[in-house]
Design a protein around this ligand. Structure first.
Ligand SMILES: N[C@@H](CCC(=O)N[C@@H](CS)C(=O)NCC(=O)O)C(=O)O
Length: 268
């Protein structure tokens, strides 16, 4: 079992050199947003993969939605991927990933918000059909056309301008999953239709943070094939499937707000 599959509590000491703790899940694109920003800033952190089919009760104390990513930094919990990523950007300002000019920064937000509000739902709706459903394919294509248009109008190589930055990292995880989408549904983001987006994807693949956070394509196919049948395996990629060593009842202390971030007597 790899260390990132050992369930450690929010208040447990960080491993040597780590600045914060990230609760994640290997295949999660939202957690990948946080990972990308942390990697781009060279921040050493303690990553812990949560088996979302077996969440310990205390996990709801650090995120009442029961979702990853969650960051624990200086005893504080931060959740929601965009908020986590912005938090990292603000708490660790160098290298700066957002553009400084207010207009450019506003447009970075417009770009990734478009993907977030329109692209994500279209992406998942098509993936869940498991085929080249014409309605859902068209829906995704329309979002990609807007994303292509953004690059065309700006004339820049990245959503963050002349260099890779915040908006690129917030959008990237779903584009990394496009080949998986092809395997599962037959959908293709064709170079002829999306030349600028295709060039952006090629450029993104050269970035060290993108490479650092890369997930094996076959793992994606295996994960989303199960996911779409309603039986996801959130421990996929772990060296063994049972990732929680400790009886769950020993981990319940943090349910009580007065013991928040403190270990129970039973926990190790
Ligand atoms: N809006 C949230 C979405 C996060 C999310 O949906 N994460 C998924 C994993 S990819 C999750 O934790 N799901 C909880 C579950 O399946 O029980 C964010 O941006 O952080």
């Amino acid at each position: 079992m790899s260390d990132e599959d050992t369930l450690r509590l929010p208040a447990d000491p960080l491993p040597d050199g780590c600045i914060l703790r990230l609760y994640s899940m290997r295949m999660c694109p939202y957690a990948q947003r946080a990972r990308l920003v942390l990697s781009a800033k060279n921040i050493k952190y303690d990553r812990i993969n949560i088996d979302l089919n077996n969440k310990p009760n205390w996990f709801f104390d650090i995120n009442p939605n029961g979702e990853v990513p969650v960051i624990i930094h200086n005893g504080q919990n931060i959740y929601q991927s965009l908020i986590c990523a912005e938090y990292v950007e603000e708490a660790f300002p160098t290298p700066q990933l957002y553009t400084t000019d207010p207009v450019s920064r506003a447009w970075e937000k417009i770009y990734y918000n478009h993907w977030n509000s329109k692209g994500n739902p279209a992406f998942y709706s098509l993936m869940l059909t498991g085929c080249l459903d014409p309605v859902q394919s068209k829906r995704l294509t329309e979002v990609l056309e807007v994303m292509e248009g953004f690059l065309k109008v700006s004339g820049k190589p990245y959503y963050s301008g002349d260099r890779i930055g915040f908006a690129d990292y917030m959008t990237w995880p779903w584009f990394e999953r496009m080949p998986m989408m092809g395997e599962i549904t037959g959908y293709e983001m064709k170079k002829e239709e999306f030349p600028l987006l295709t060039a952006w994807v090629d450029r993104m693949w050269k970035d060290p943070a993108v490479l650092d956070c890369k997930i094996d394509k076959q793992l994606f196919v295996d994960h989303y094939s199960k996911y779409r049948t309603g039986k996801p395996d959130f421990t996929i990629g772990a060296k063994k499937s049972k990732v929680i060593d400790e009886p769950l009842e020993n981990l319940d202390g943090l349910r009580d707000p007065s013991t928040r971030f403190r270990k129970t007597e039973n926990s190790t």
